[in-house]
Design a protein around this ligand. Structure first.
Ligand SMILES: Cc1cc2nc3c(=O)[nH]c(=O)nc-3n(C[C@H](O)[C@H](O)[C@H](O)COP(=O)(O)OP(=O)(O)OC[C@H]3O[C@@H](n4cnc5c(N)ncnc54)[C@H](O)[C@@H]3O)c2cc1C
Length: 512
């Protein structure tokens, strides 16, 4: 029998992180904080010659938790990465081409006597003064007013839920400083091959172009789309989801910053995809995500350049990708994070979050050198579910549309969608019911905002809300709406808040 003390079950002594993009340095910073107990060596190998994907600027609120866990001070981080606050995403033109709605962070309204706010709103939405759903979301109202402040216990108003926009390259550099200060050793070099154990098939070492080898116990593959270890060395197959998510290219271009600096991302639908606009302190990130089956690279770049609101500061850069994920993200002694494990287009800014999820689940299931199947299988199940639920939420944005103006929109509007999404749509269409299953990332307010925003309007509402007096509930809704507006109006502007709280060099200059 093997025991915890036997050689086969000894602790992991050396962790090798392959790749120094956002995924690699997030893993390294977290490993420095939680795995570096003095008995373990942590190295990161990256190649300046290969570089990183160089995009990935918008995040979602759980990033605050990650930064806190690894000991990041918000002011330092924001100043170092040119970060701005993000209260949500404004979707423009996704239903008819003429519409707009906000998918804001946090909840909207307040449940009354345990009855879901959105059900009360569905019943009473046509009453005078009740108004649209956006008006009940503190983050949506503040976003539209261009205002921001941190939650303040002294303020009775509901707090704003927020995330950040930041420069991904500067974030990786910031994390690198933290990781190296925490004992992570960086090795510069290009990996040209791997050595595998003849018996277990595990990766024993990676070979570098200067002839050296780096051995390890656990390998974290953060090598980007190449998926050097999980995909190439171990041959774990890629599950292709492009029949549901046909966008497979992006063209990105930075522009000068535009004022005012908005506290939200904008995602504008285009004939074969969509365009992002992400405001940072020192520049605005712009990009056009599109399906190459429906638009050429030149057309996509021209459309992007024709729809910028400030002067470009670099040439457009083209990026290719495929939606999907590796069938297993942990195989043998290799765990893939970031693009090496899978990719879902950036519509809901979920990739960096999925890296964070991968890191926290890996630490929660951290193996010993026996690399037991139980931990590995649980990790693969949890990460599989995480990717699937995000995938379905993104598909919803394309599928729930009335657009009929291009072959692309006709395709996504009429394509079959995964069963889980079909079930969610049917349930919501009936009486506005929506449930959050297991560890799903997006909660009920997110689904409700996007469903209603894309004109999936239920035919009825949950009859349980008839238990409450309709006139009194309508009064309560009007009050909630008025309080939400007043609270947002009392906040400083986003630009003023940043200039005081965490200006980067560039923001200081603009504030003069
Ligand atoms: C168009 C687009 C927009 C995006 N926008 C967002 C967004 O708004 N929000 C978000 O959360 N995510 C976004 N993402 C995703 C985000 O960019 C990535 O999840 C994130 O940057 C992590 O990338 P990575 O570290 O896995 O890979 P990479 O950045 O590609 O890093 C790979 C690393 O591996 C190294 N490497 C590769 N091969 C070798 C080798 N042979 N030897 C040595 N080193 C090697 C490279 O040098 C590099 O350091 C976007 C992605 C795309 C494509």
């Amino acid at each position: 029998m093997t025991t915890a003390c036997s050689p086969a079950r000894s602790p992991i002594r050396k962790v090798v992180i392959v790749g120094g993009g956002t995924a690699g340095w997030m893993a390294a910073a977290a490993a420095a904080r939680f795995l570096n107990d003095g008995t373990r060596e942590i190295v990161l190998i990256e190649s300046d010659a290969i570089g990183t994907v160089g995009v990935g600027e918008a995040t979602i609120p759980p990033i605050l938790g990650f930064n806190q866990l690894i000991g990041v001070d918000e002011r330092d981080f924001m100043a170092a990465t040119g970060a701005t606050f993000k209260l949500g995403i404004e979707f423009v033109g996704w239903d008819t081409g003429q519409d707009r709605y906000m998918h804001a962070f946090g909840g909207h309204g307040r449940d009354i006597q345990g009855l879901a706010f959105h059900q009360l709103w569905l019943k009473l939405r046509d009453r005078a003064g009740v108004g649209g759903l956006d008006g009940y979301s503190p983050s949506a109202v503040a976003a539209y007013l261009g205002r921001f402040a941190h939650p303040d216990p002294a303020r009775p108003a509901p707090p704003l839920a927020y995330a950040y926009h930041f420069d991904a390259g500067l974030y990786a550099a910031f994390l690198r400083r933290l990781a190296e200060a925490g004992g992570v050793v960086r090795i510069e070099g290009q990996i040209t091959g791997t050595d595998r154990d003849g018996e277990t098939g595990h990766v024993g070492a990676v070979r570098l172009d200067d002839g050296t080898t780096v051995a390890g116990d656990l390998f974290i593959d953060c090598s980007g789309f190449r998926s050097l270890l999980l995909g190439e060395a171990l041959g774990v197959p890629f599950e292709d989801w492009s029949h549901w998510l046909p966008c497979d290219r992006a063209v990105a271009v930075p522009t000068e910053p535009s004022t005012p600096i908005l506290p939200y991302t904008r995602a504008t639908a285009r004939p074969a995809g969509w365009q992002w606009r992400i405001p940072l302190q020192h520049r605005t990130g712009n990009g056009h995500v599109y399906a190459s089956a429906h638009m050429s690279d030149d057309e996509a770049a021209a459309l992007l350049l024709a729809n910028l609101d400030a002067k470009p500061t670099a040439d457009p850069r083209h990026i290719r990708f495929k939606a999907g994920r590796r069938a297993r993200m942990w195989e043998g002694n290799v765990v893939a994070l970031g693009l090496a494990g899978g990719f879902l287009e950036p519509l809901e800014s979920t990739s960096i979050h999925l890296i964070q999820t991968g890191i926290s689940k890996l630490f929660a299931l951290f193996p010993d050198s026996g690399f037991g199947a139980v931990e590995r299988d649980e990790y693969n199940r949890l990460m599989g579910d995480a990717y699937t639920s995000v995938r379905d939420f993104i598909i919803l944005h394309y599928h729930a549309t009335r657009r009929d103006d291009s072959a692309f929109w006709r395709h996504v509007r009429t394509m079959p969608v995964p069963d889980g999404l079909t079930r969610k749509l049917s349930l919501f269409r009936e009486k506005g019911r929506i449930f959050r299953y297991d560890d799903e990332l997006f909660g009920i307010p997110s689904w409700v905002q996007v469903l209603l925003g894309q004109n999936v309007v239920p035919v009825g509402y949950d009859p349980i809300v008839d238990a409450l007096d309709a006139d009194r509930v309508a009064d309560a809704l009007r009050q909630m709406r008025a309080t939400t507006l007043r609270s947002a109006q009392a906040l400083p502007t986003h630009a003023d808040f940043i200039a005081r709280h965490a200006p980067s060099g560039a923001a200081r200059q603009f504030a003069k």
